[in-house]
Design a protein around this ligand. Structure first.
Ligand code: SF4
Length: 271
């Protein structure tokens, strides 16, 4: 392997490294949520990575994501090998077992329901496809302008934890320095449309109710998916723990009460 910097923020240097990894027949894995950033990242990668070196992986979270997320991933990844993975437990089961919701500090929803199943699928795919020589570039659509925390993320680095058993594993954020306008342009230049929830006013495509949702996004989601909203409200009451870290319940945040007749229904609180 050519010796190169293992952590770098220099985007010109990064593309040089990426081209060398591509030329070594690395497998490029696209972590695709169905959101605009994943979609723009996919269109970007298609421009210079051969199709047979791309694998799209979508982590599905039953019940709590937009039901057509996987359809949207497949439709916008047309011609690419795409797979859907799922954890052995659901979001609600995880919260019930822990007696609390995940939080920005302890994001078990991401680590257990998304990252874990995706990494397992990558390891299996590498084992079953020796042509990649165990070399993988794991691509995620995080962008610096999304949050101060994300702005500090290293755009390209070796993943030491997963670089073992013959694997050389890189983590790359291909659109880390993109603005939101570049993302929308990337989608439209690919001749595609983003998922319909953006037209409803949602700022992010994530779980329908995410621990990072803004108040406005929660209100929109509550109106679009009232049954699921009620289920979250009921679970908050059962756990005596709010999704919001400042202790504000969803009803207080949205100003939308969960209807009493629905709360009284015996099956409404079922996991
Ligand atoms: S979208 Fe939000 S709630 Fe869903 S897994 Fe990610 S951080 Fe957790």
């Amino acid at each position: 392997m050519t010796q190169i910097d293992q952590r770098t923020n220099d985007h010109t240097n990064i593309l040089d490294v990426i081209h060398r990894l591509r030329d070594r027949n690395a497998l490029f894995v696209i972590n695709h949520s169905g959101g605009k950033d994943s979609q723009a990242m996919t269109a970007f990668l298609r421009k210079f990575v051969p199709v047979d070196q791309i694998l799209v992986i979508h982590a599905h979270l039953p019940e709590v994501v937009w039901e057509d997320a996987w359809d949207h991933v497949r439709a916008t990844s047309n011609g690419l090998h795409s797979i859907k993975v799922e954890a052995s437990k659901t979001f609600f089961e995880m919260a019930t077992r822990r007696g609390m919701w995940p939080s920005p500090k302890y994001r078990q929803c991401t680590s257990d329901l998304k990252r874990g199943p995706i990494e397992k699928a990558i390891r299996t795919h590498l084992r079953n496809n020796p042509q990649y020589g165990g070399l993988v570039v794991n691509c995620m659509g995080l962008r610096a302008e999304e949050s101060p925390r994300r702005s500090k993320a290293i755009p390209l680095k070796i993943n030491e934890r997963n670089s073992k058993a013959g694997r050389e594993w890189w983590d790359w954020l291909p659109i880390h320095d993109w603005t939101v306008n570049q993302v929308w342009n990337g989608i439209s230049q690919a001749g595609q449309n983003p998922h319909w929830v953006y037209a409803e006013g949602l700022s992010r495509f994530s779980c329908i109710f995410c621990i990072f949702s803004t108040e406005t996004d929660q209100q929109i989601s509550a109106r679009l998916r009232p049954e699921l909203y009620r289920r979250f409200v009921l679970k908050e009451k059962e756990l005596k723990h709010t999704m919001n870290m400042q202790g504000r319940g969803m009803e207080e945040i949205t100003g939308i009460p969960a209807l009493p007749d629905v709360i009284a229904r015996p099956d409404a609180s079922a996991i």
